[in-house]
Design a protein around this ligand. Sequence first.
Ligand SMILES: *[C@@H]1O[C@H](CO)[C@@H](O)[C@H](O)[C@H]1NC(C)=O
Ligand SMILES: *[C@@H]1O[C@H](CO)[C@@H](O)[C@H](O)[C@H]1NC(C)=O
Ligand SMILES: *[C@@H]1O[C@H](CO)[C@@H](O)[C@H](O)[C@H]1NC(C)=O
Ligand SMILES: *[C@@H]1O[C@H](CO)[C@@H](O)[C@H](O)[C@H]1NC(C)=O
Length: 458
Amino acid sequence: MGFQIPNLIFFTFLAFTVSALPENNSSNKGLNSISQINSNSVLVALLDSHYTELSELVEKALLLQTLEEAVTNHNISIFAPRNEALERDLDPEFKRFLLEPGNLKSLQNLILFHMIPARIESNHWPVGVKKKPVYHTSLCRDAGDEKIPLHRKNGEKIVGTARVIKSDDIIRPDGIIHGIERLLVPKSVQQEFNARRSLRATSAVIPEGAPEVDPRTHRLKKPSPPLPAGPPPALPIFDALAPGPSLAPAPAPGPGGPRHHFDGESQVKDFIQTLLHYGGYNEMADILVNLTSLASEMGRLVSEGYVLTVLAPNDEAMAKLTTDQLSDPGAPEQIMYYHLIPEYQTEESMYNSVRRFGKVNYDTLRLPHKVVAEEADGSVKFGHGEGSAYLFDPDIYTDGRISVQGIDGVLFPPEESKSPKAAPVAKIVSKPRRGKLLEMTCTMLGVVGQDSRFSNCH
Ligand SMILES: *[C@@H]1O[C@H](CO)[C@@H](O)[C@H](O)[C@H]1NC(C)=O
Ligand SMILES: *[C@@H]1O[C@H](CO)[C@@H](O)[C@H](O)[C@H]1NC(C)=O
Ligand SMILES: *[C@@H]1O[C@H](CO)[C@@H](O)[C@H](O)[C@H]1NC(C)=O
Ligand SMILES: *[C@@H]1O[C@H](CO)[C@@H](O)[C@H](O)[C@H]1NC(C)=O
């Protein structure tokens, strides 16, 4: 296979590129000074999740930067109250209190009380006869010594006063989201509320939620879509790419079925067809047809339950490629890999991310290169400076597993111009988990002793 598969395995370990330095410190305005969050972060996942009420509150509470910093330093676990807990079930007076600008601190404290600066997986709930609760400190500094107990009751997982209704709902390299039944209110916030509360009895009637307007489109918000963009890719795509029986992870089943539950091959054919019919993307479609190994690999991945977003340069953009850029052996593959994002993203989900975070890094299948995206002119712009491309034809094809977004430029990794092939390996071998990784690399590459770059293989 002519693929660059071996490098893919390292993606997971290179996935953190968030930096949240103060933006007005001019001596820091170097390469890394701009805050960038990885698209694979639990934070991005939260904002795109079905916990829309919580994520709106996170934004209203102006907590994004605090949380970006948190996930740079450590994993976080988020206990996310389901939407009903924040709309229907919440005392309207309390909600009003939280949303008053003067009570921002209380709102922040309330939200941070649902987050723990550690990775708590479902198997971390105490089990056994004694069932002693395990106490965790939350991210809410004002909670004093009020900790969050995890325990079990009648076999159910409980956090504080709330039942866990969906443990491990969203899993990301830097954190986990568990769905909970109701809000956790720290005593400090309760006291603030009581102190400010008027004596007037709360209205007996809980108002119906007023229709909400999407600030972007000025249209009424749709009820939660059946397949929200950016749902947790249940399966990290890189697992599927591990070659060799001893390294291969457990087979990745499609939902509720045996392998090959999805007919990935026909989905790939389908989207290539769509590209052709759409018009203006013939070059890209052509390359995909010609690079049969690429297309069939994509088909295989989708068959196994993985998801992909294809950034498809239009014909005008492709026409600007020089023969030089295409003539190196494997160059077309390399170019294509840089346009494949191992996540399911739609125009809306990408636009929301860049609006919230400024810059977002998407992993590509061309490792370890990421493609950076930011908001520009009400659209999403990928890449840097001259080599950037705008999202031009959004959502050309979206079937819940493959998403195709038309762009008006061909993207290259930033360091491309200097040393196209050198970097990744040197970087990888110095990573802390090198023992296992190195062994895997060497096995996969099958280059032990042949290539000086891999001299560490012994
Ligand atoms: C950034 O600018 C603000 C206002 O000009 C100032 O208060 C703050 O100290 C500055 N922060 C840094 C890190 O320079
Ligand atoms: C700006 O950054 C530099 C280098 O990190 C640091 O030494 C300096 O104290 C910072 N200045 C401010 C105002 O934060
Ligand atoms: C988050 O947890 C994972 C798994 O335990 C670990 O590999 C990773 O380094 C952690 N990330 C941070 C930022 O500490
Ligand atoms: C695809 O293959 C056909 C036939 O070999 C060739 O004419 C065409 O130029 C190729 N297209 C691309 C984009 O490489």
